[in-house]
Design a protein around this ligand. Structure first.
Ligand code: UDX
Ligand code: UDX
Ligand code: ADP
Length: 466
């Protein structure tokens, strides 16, 4: 059996960085090189301030960096010395051309794969880590075989990542399962075994699942689609709750107690965000259409449509409650990240909320404990049909504390479930706000009764107003 002694990870992002840092942490006998084309990102990984915020990440990186964990832009050297290469590059949704808005843009995967083919001087196990559409491994194999020279052999594995941001290190140290897919030839199975051995350094083998290549690729899309579907299901119910007087948190609890349903991912919210859910479902929709399965495509598409509806519905509730206009009103937006404990803003519901508020000509005072000012402006001024930079500069103010954000505000809108929002001095906040003082809890994290006693008009997602 091949014994893996040297790993190269192509792509030092949210997935590649933490995953391979944990491998280095748990396997001191394996040298791990994480490479990226972006020199700034590599410099940040080599500095005291890592490029991503993730609880526990610093401890892991600082423990192994310079020992058996290296961050470098020297792709060629790292690929050459590796026995096993993770491809962990970004796969955003295509913006142009066929499948635009649905299909994954595989340009980065292809370029990384071509890079490996042109550099490698010895056989390699190549592992797809990035979330990719089903059968991408086949394209990778074709590219590698067509471009390799001599007796070099490439075995392709699929090893999708199931970590969630904010809990990445915990998820990696103690995963529910590790999934490794391979073609069923004897050589490919050997490669699969070699990767099983790497994980077996800290994961019990009954949690390491080996499947065929296509099951593994599809499982990643399926897992994210099923998780997102639960959120859209509870969010659909939240609309019924608001209209009837039921409380969505009570409904979710009652349903989640059924072992067959379970309690996770039933928290109603202003909408799911993150780099994976929407992208992966749209990928699944595209795949279904390609396979001529329009009913299947429509079924999954509805999960994303419901998410868009939920965001729009929340904005409408805010405008309606603020006497049908928010023009020139001041809104304090608490949270900009797509969930707590991360500085990541990709597909965050806060972006959609903010864009609507700006369109309605409100001023938005944003506070988020981890997201940088630049990142907020970047998200809100993302190139589109209209250049809205001036409008954003005029209407968006980023503040250093929730107290500053809510000073003279007409309404507070909770967009991210940061724990610190539960512990604020809302009496103090109430005193500095315009009256009536409104609070819209898009995350169901605040004690509505207590806020009402202070004097707030409270509007919680999935509950009628009090
Ligand atoms: C259901 C609910 O389970 C129960 O809680 C409620 O009180 C009444 O409705 P029931 O219809 O008796 O109970 O049986 P259930 O085991 O839920 O199966 C319903 C149907 O789903 C069956 O046709 C079953 O074969 C099918 N099923 C169930 C599947 O196709 N796949 C599954 O994984 C589970
Ligand atoms: C997700 C998957 O959980 C992970 O397994 C996969 O590898 C990548 O995609 P991530 O996007 O990092 O991880 O975070 P997750 O915790 O799944 O949350 C996604 C979004 O759903 C967030 O916006 C979160 O706030 C929201 N959410 C989650 C809800 O609105 N309600 C819930 O009950 C759970
Ligand atoms: P993810 O959330 O999937 O990890 P990120 O965008 O955070 O996505 O990270 C992907 C990383 O991959 C980026 O830092 C990007 O610069 C890097 N990358 C993309 N293509 C290549 C390539 N061909 N070689 C090396 N790094 C690459």
């Amino acid at each position: 059996m091949v014994q893996v002694k040297n790993i190269c990870c192509i792509g030092a992002g949210y997935v590649g960085g933490p995953t391979c840092a944990v491998i280095a942490y748990k396997c001191p006998h394996i040298k791990v090189n994480i490479v990226d084309v972006n020199p700034d990102r590599i410099a940040a990984w080599n500095s005291d301030k890592l490029p991503i915020y993730e609880p526990g990440l610093e401890e892991v990186v600082f423990d192994r960096r310079g020992k058996n964990l290296f961050f470098t832009t020297e792709v060629e050297a790292a690929v050459n010395e590796a026995d096993l290469i993770f491809v962990s590059v970004n796969t955003p949704t295509k913006k142009n051309g066929m499948g635009a808005g649905f299909a994954a843009d595989l340009a980065y995967v292809e370029s990384a794969t071509r890079g490996i083919a042109s550099i490698a001087k010895s056989s390699k196990i190549v592992v797809e880590k990035s979330t990719v559409p089903c059968r991408t491994a086949e394209s990778m194999r074709t590219i590698l075989e067509a471009n390799s020279t001599g007796d070099i052999r490439f075995d392709i594995l699929s090893n999708p990542e199931f970590l969630a941001e904010g809990t990445a290190i915990k998820d990696l140290l103690n995963p529910d399962r590790v999934l490794i897919g391979a073609l069923q030839t004897p050589e490919d199975r050997k490669a699969q075994e070699a990767l099983v051995e790497v994980y077996a350094n800290w994961v019990s083998t009954d949690r390491i699942i080996t499947t065929n290549l296509w099951s593994s690729e599809l499982s990643k899309l399926a897992a994210n689609a099923l998780l997102a579907q639960r959120i859209s299901s509870i969010n659909a119910l939240s609309a019924i709750c608001e209209a009837t007087g039921a409380y969505v948190d009570e409904v979710a609890y009652a349903c989640g107690c059924d072992k067959r349903i379970g309690p996770s991912f039933l928290k109603a919210s202003v909408g799911f965000g993150g780099s994976c859910f929407q992208k992966d479902i749209l990928n699944l929709v595209y795949l279904s259409e390609q396979l001529n399965l329009p009913e299947v495509a429509a079924y999954w598409k509805q999960v994303v449509d419901m998410n868009e509806y939920q965001k729009k519905r929340f904005v409408e509730r805010i405008i309606k409650t603020l006497f049908h206009t928010i023009t020139n009103k001041r809104i304090a937006l608490f949270g900009f990240a797509f969930k707590k404990d991360t500085g990541d803003t990709r597909e965050s519901a806060a972006i959609t909320l903010c864009k609507h508020f700006i369109q309605e000509q409100a001023t938005v005072h944003i506070y988020d404990p981890k997201v940088s000012d630049e990142q907020i402006f970047l998200e809100l001024t993302e190139p589109g049909l209209l250049d809205n930079t001036e409008e954003v500069k005029k209407r968006v103010i980023i503040t250093r504390s929730p107290y500053d954000a809510s000073q003279d505000a007409d309404a507070i809108v909770i967009a991210t479930d940061w724990d610190e929002f539960k512990k604020l001095d809302y009496t103090r906040i109430y005193q500095t706000m315009h009256k009536p003082a409104f609070i819209f809890d898009g995350r169901l994290i605040l004690d509505a009764d207590k806020l009402q006693q202070i004097g707030f008009s409270v509007h919680t997602i999935g509950r009628p107003a009090i």
